[in-house]
Design a protein around this ligand. Structure first.
Ligand SMILES: Nc1ncnc2c1ncn2[C@@H]1O[C@H](COP(=O)(O)OP(=O)(O)OP(=O)(O)O)[C@@H](O)[C@H]1O
Ligand SMILES: [Mg+2]
Length: 242
C-alpha cells in the first residue's frame, strides 16, 4: 500500500467497524468483511485502515492483490498473500508450494491418475492448513485487494476461510469493484450470505471530508475555485486528488 492510513479523511464508520472486527478476531473469534466501491472510491485505502487496526490489535498482517493477467493461474492470489514460494526459507510455505507445483505438473507425463479436482483439493487443503498454522502462532489478518480479478481457485480458498474464520484468531478483509461484472467474487459474497453490516459499501466522501482532503492537499484553506472544481468529483477521493 502506497499511503499511510493516517492521512485519510472521513471513513469514520468503516474505521469503527474494522476496529471492532480486529478486536474480536485478535481475541479468537474470527471475522470477515468485504469492502465494495467503484474505482477510486478508496477500497485500497480502507484496506490500509484495516491493516493499521489489525496491527494495533496485535495481529500479523498479510496482504495480497489480485492481478488481472494472473487470473488464469490457479491459487495466484492466495500464494501471493500467504507467501507460498518454493524458495521460501519457511518450511511450511515451501511445502505448500510443492503441493501447488504438483498441481502445475497436472497434464504432463507422470501425472496420470491425478485428477484436476484432486490436486486442486490438495492445494486448497494445504493452504488452509498453512493459515491454521499461522493462526496458531498468533492472530492473523489477511487483506485481499482487487478480488474482481482473483483466480477462481483462490476464491474457493477464500470462501472456506470466511466460513471457518469464527473458529480462528483470523481477520479476513477482501476488496473489490462490484461493477462491471465482478462475476465470481460477487456471487461468492452473495453465497456466503454475509450479514449486511459486514459488507462495507464505500459511499462518496461527505462534503466536510472532501474539504478536509483539499486542505490536506493544498496545505491550507482551499479557495472557492478549487472547492467548485472538487464538487465535480462527486466525493470520489481519486477524482478529488486529480
Ligand atoms: N478517505 C480518503 N482520504 C484521503 N485520500 C483517500 C481516501 N480514500 C482514498 N484516497 C486516495 O484516493 C486515491 C484512490 O483511492 P484507492 O486507490 O484506495 O481507490 P480504490 O477504490 O482502491 O480504486 P481501484 O478500484 O482503482 O483499486 C488514492 O490516492 C488514495 O490515497
Ligand atoms: Mg484499489
Amino acid at each position: 500500500m502506497d499511503h499511510s492510513a493516517d492521512c485519510l479523511v472521513g471513513r469514520e464508520a468503516e474505521t469503527a467497524t474494522l476496529k471492532e472486527l480486529a478486536t474480536s478476531a485478535s481475541s479468537g473469534v474470527g471475522q470477515a468483511t468485504f469492502v465494495l466501491g467503484e474505482p477510486g472510491m478508496g477500497k485500497t485505502a480502507v484496506l490500509g485502515l484495516a491493516a493499521s487496526m489489525a496491527q494495533r490489535a496485535g495481529m500479523r498482517v498479510l496482504h495480497g492483490a489480485a492481478q488481472e493477467p494472473e487470473q488464469r493461474f490457479p491459487f495466484a492470489l492466495m500464494s501471493a498473500c500467504l507467501g507460498v514460494d518454493a524458495a521460501s526459507s519457511d518450511e511450511s510455505r515451501a511445502r505448500v508450494a510443492e503441493v501447488l507445483r504438483g498441481d502445475a505438473r497436472y497434464g504432463l507425463p507422470g501425472a496420470q491418475g491425478t485428477s484436476a479436482g484432486a490436486v486442486d483439493f490438495a492445494t486448497a487443503e494445504a493452504m488452509l492448513g498453512l493459515v491454521e498454522e499461522l493462526c496458531a502462532q498468533g492472530p492473523l489478518a489477511l487483506l485481499l485487494d482487487d478480488l474482481q480479478w482473483a483466480d477462481p481457485a483462490s476464491l474457493l480458498v477464500l470462501q472456506r476461510l470466511v466460513r471457518g474464520a469464527q473458529q480462528l484468531p483470523l481477520l479476513v478483509v477482501g476488496a473489490y469493484r462490484p461493477v462491471p461484472q465482478a462475476g465470481d467474487v460477487d456471487r461468492l459474497s452473495q453465497r456466503l450470505g454475509l450479514r449486511d453490516q459486514l459488507m462495507l459499501h464505500l459511499a462518496p466522501l461527505s462534503s466536510p471530508a472532501v474539504l478536509a482532503l483539499l486542505a490536506d492537499l493544498c496545505g491550507g484553506e482551499p479557495g472557492p475555485r478549487l472547492r467548485n472544481m472538487a464538487e465535480g468529483a462527486a466525493g470520489n477521493p481519486l477524482y478529488v486528488r486529480e
